[in-house]
Write a protein that binds this ligand. Structure first.
Ligand SMILES: *[C@@H]1O[C@H](CO)[C@@H](O)[C@H](O)[C@H]1NC(C)=O
Ligand SMILES: *[C@@H]1O[C@H](CO)[C@@H](O)[C@H](O)[C@H]1NC(C)=O
Ligand SMILES: *[C@@H]1O[C@H](CO)[C@@H](O)[C@H](O)[C@H]1NC(C)=O
Length: 397
């Protein structure tokens, strides 16, 4: 290499190094025991306060970090967080509802890192019915804009694994999220009051929904997801109070569900006082492997029986398409569309559905429909797995 080039390279690296803030330089210890929370916050303060693009670096090794709020607004809008190691949560009692939070930031890219919340003690506490804290969300993106989470791993959260709330232009790619199938409320990614959200190429194993979209979510694109164990990909539950809810323009594409409780689902509480709508949702290219409710709209969601006396949701569901959904259902009702009596679903479309019910006694898979207006196009086939010769073309509407 020419000396000139080497000089340029050196110059380049020294500029990069100047704006890289390594948590170890702020006192963090990669021993998994020393509380490194303040060191992480100090490194963040420097990176966030830098006028130029800056990077916070977490090298390899386990770091013990407690409740940490990484707050903006920052002085630059090109902030990187490169995580090589594992960040371990504390296992003692805490009332905090969030563990790691990025709030009021614009222009942040997080690369890599394993966030292990070690929530086992809390699940055990809840399972024993003792007096336990609610638990905290492992990673929260709040009131933020233009944030990328790339190849992040979240493990054993006490509660939601990732929450995206009151934010815009958030992209999650290549995430790996893992919690046991019986861990309570460990939704993989929960989205609330946010728009222009992209989740691609990610895998989730959880004790609740792999992805749940709550109130006020619009313009969401979810693609190439592996889900299971878990409760599927859900819009909802919506409308458990008197608030007005709006969910629109959501696409969920190319999902493999394995042994999940549900596949593609929209769920609203049976409370007439709730208002609002779900409109413009496409669920497409779903592969169901032994899934409880592969296709489901449930407007009669009432977790505590008897708590929803007037069984009719005030939320209007329209323009929802299920297209190219195939595989096996673990329950006989493979397509379950149960809409509100006072607000029937409209514009529901089923296209190219082929689902079979895995039972030896040759019972056909079934559909259930109530208060639904829509159409079938392409084919809708519900059949038995062990008698593929007898395809049962059904007209659902
Ligand atoms: C736990 O959650 C309940 C229900 O949302 C709430 O009323 C309560 O204040 C929470 N407790 C703590 C300690 O945050
Ligand atoms: C729907 O959402 C996608 C992103 O998910 C966006 O590209 C598109 O512009 C949105 N459409 C409308 C009409 O807002
Ligand atoms: C049930 O809901 C309907 C429509 O919202 C309303 O007219 C009716 O009064 C309600 N009945 C009860 C018992 O709350």
């Amino acid at each position: 290499m020419e000396p000139k080039c080497i000089l340029l390279l050196l110059l380049y690296f020294s500029t990069v190094a100047k704006s890289a803030y390594n948590v170890v330089d702020f006192g963090a210890k990669p021993d998994g025991r020393t509380d490194s929370t303040n060191a992480f916050l100090a490194a963040w303060a420097e990176a966030c306060g830098d006028q130029n693009p800056a990077t916070m670096v977490v090298p390899s090794g386990p770091f013990l970090v407690g409740r940490a709020l990484f707050q903006g607004p920052c002085k630059n809008n090109k902030l990187g967080l490169i995580i090589k190691g594992t960040i371990l949560g504390k296992t003692g009692y805490s009332d905090a509802s969030e563990w790691i939070t990025f709030k009021y930031v614009k222009g942040l890219s997080i690369y890599g890192g394993t966030f292990n919340a070690r929530g086992q003690w809390l699940w055990a506490c809840k399972a024993a019915g003792r007096n336990c804290p609610n638990g905290s969300t492992a990673l929260t993106i709040s009131q933020a804009k233009n944030v990328l989470l790339s190849k992040v791993k979240i493990q054993n959260s006490q509660n939601f694994q990732i929450a995206i709330i009151f934010s815009q232009e958030i992209k999650v790619e290549g995430a790996t999220i893992t919690a046991p199938g019986n861990s309570p409320n460990t939704d993989g990614i929960h989205i609330h009051m946010s728009s222009f959200i992209t989740i691609i190429g990610s895998a989730m194993a959880t004790g609740d929904d792999c992805i749940s979209l709550g109130e006020g979510v619009s313009n969401a694109w979810i693609e190439n997801i592996k889900c299971g164990p878990g409760h599927g990909i859900s819009i909802g539950s919506l409308g458990d109070g008197t608030e007005t809810t709006m969910v629109q323009n959501v696409t969920v594409s190319s999902v493999v569900f394995r042994g999940t409780q549900n596949g593609f689902r929209v769920k609203t509480w049976a409370t007439p006082s709730s208002k609002g709508f779900v409109r413009g949702v496409t669920f497409q290219h779903g592969t169901m492997k032994n899934v409880g409710n592969p296709i489901m709209i449930d407007q009669n969601y009432c977790p505590v029986p008897g708590n929803c006396p007037n069984e009719s949701s005030g939320i209007k569901i329209s323009k929802v398409t299920f297209s190219d959904v195939h595989g096996t259902s673990s329950t006989q009702v493979a397509v379950n569309l149960d809409c509100s009596k006072s607000n029937p679903c409209q514009g529901i479309q089923l296209t190219n559905i082929k689902l079979s019910y895995k039972r030896k006694n040759h019972e056909l898979a079934k559909s259930f429909c109530r208060n639904v207006k829509g159409k079938n196009s392409g084919f809708v086939v519900l059949l038995v797995a062990f008698d593929m010769g007898q395809e049962n073309y059904v007209k659902i509407f």
